[in-house]
Design a protein around this ligand. Structure first.
Ligand SMILES: Nc1ncnc2c1ncn2[C@@H]1O[C@H](COP(=O)(O)OP(=O)(O)O)[C@@H](O)[C@H]1O
Ligand SMILES: [Mg+2]
Length: 234
C-alpha cells in the first residue's frame, strides 16, 4: 500500500533521514520505534509533505505521492494525527470533529462520518457539546484520532498516540487502534512505548539516527538490542 524507498529528508540544511526504506501493506499496523530525535516523526511528516524531502520516493498504491499537497493526500485516503495535543481545546468535541472534515465538501457525508464516529465511540457523543479542554487525556487523544477519521482514511498516520496518557488510557488507545485495523484501516504509528508497540503491530521498524537499523514481526521483542536498550533489559 505505502512504499518508501531510500528517503532523505529533513528541515532546511538539517538532514534527518539518511536513506530510509519501509513499507506498509493494506490492513497492517506498522510501528516505528527508536530514541528521541531519531527521525520517527520526520518519516510521518515526509509522507504528509511537511518535512523537506530531498531524495527518494514515497508511493501509495503504486502512485508517486512524494510532493503532493495535503488535500490531495486526504483525497487518496491518507490522514494524519500529529504528536501532542492537537485539539482546539476551546471548541466543543463536535466542533473539533467537524473541523476534521473541513476538506470534505458534501454536508451529508460529514453528518454520516460524524454519526459513524459517535456510534463507534459513544463517549464522544455523550461529550459532544463539552469543550475539548475538559476531556481526560485519553479522551483528548481519542478525539484527535477521530478528527482524522472524519476524513474517511484507508491509511492513518499516528504520531505517539499514547504520549502523556495513564497506563489505563494507553491500553484503551491501543485497543482503539486495533479496532481501526479490524475495520480495514492500515496504520503507521510512531510509539515511544516500544513494548506495547511491538505487541500491537504486525511489524516494527527500529530507527536510529535517521536509519532503519532493525525490522521484524512481533519476535523482534526477543532481539538482543531491543531487550537491552528499549525494554530496560527485561
Ligand atoms: N521543524 C523542525 N525544524 C528543524 N529541525 C527539526 C524540526 N522538527 C524536528 N527537527 C529535528 O529533527 C530531528 C529528528 O526529529 P524527529 O523526527 O521529531 O525525531 P523523533 O520523532 O524520532 O523524536 C531532531 O534533531 C529534531 O531536533
Ligand atoms: Mg517524534
Amino acid at each position: 500500500m505505502l512504499q518508501i524507498k531510500n528517503l532523505h529528508a529533513g528541515y532546511e540544511e538539517l538532514e534527518v533521514l539518511k536513506g530510509v526504506s519501509l513499507e506498509v501493506n493494506s490492513g497492517e499496523i506498522i510501528a516505528l520505534i527508536g530514541p528521541n530525535g531519531a527521525g520517527k516523526s520526520t518519516i510521518i511528516k515526509s509522507i504528509f509533505n511537511i518535512a523537506n524531502v530531498t531524495a527518494g520516493k514515497i508511493s501509495f498504491k503504486e502512485k508517486d505521492i512524494t510532493h503532493l499537497k495535503t488535500h490531495e493526500l486526504v483525497e487518496l485516503g491518507i490522514s494524519y494525527a500529529s504528536q501532542g495535543k492537537i485539539n482546539f481545546t476551546n471548541l466543543t468535541v463536535e466542533e473539533n470533529l467537524t473541523l476534521g472534515a473541513e476538506l470534505i465538501q458534501e454536508k451529508d457525508l460529514v453528518r454520516k462520518n460524524l454519526e459513524s464516529i459517535y456510534h463507534k465511540f459513544p463517549i464522544l457523543r455523550e461529550r459532544k457539546n463539552q469543550l475539548a479542554f475538559g476531556l481526560s487525556g485519553g479522551q483528548q487523544q481519542l478525539l484527535a484520532i477521530s478528527r482524522s477519521l472524519m476524513q474517511n482514511p484507508v491509511f492513518l498516520l499516528l504520531d505517539e498516540p499514547s504520549l502523556g496518557l495513564s497506563p489505563k488510557a494507553q491500553t484503551e488507545i491501543f485497543a482503539i487502534i486495533k479496532k481501526l485495523r479490524e475495520e480495514g484501516i492500515a496504520i503507521l504509528m510512531v510509539e515511544q512505548n516500544a513494548k506495547k508497540a511491538i505487541e500491537l503491530a504486525d511489524r516494527t521498524y527500529l530507527l536510529e539516527e535517521g536509519k532503519v537499523v532493525l525490522e521484524g514481526n512481533k519476535n523482534i521483542v526477543k532481539h538482543k538490542k531491543i531487550k537491552s536498550v528499549y525494554l530496560g533489559g527485561a
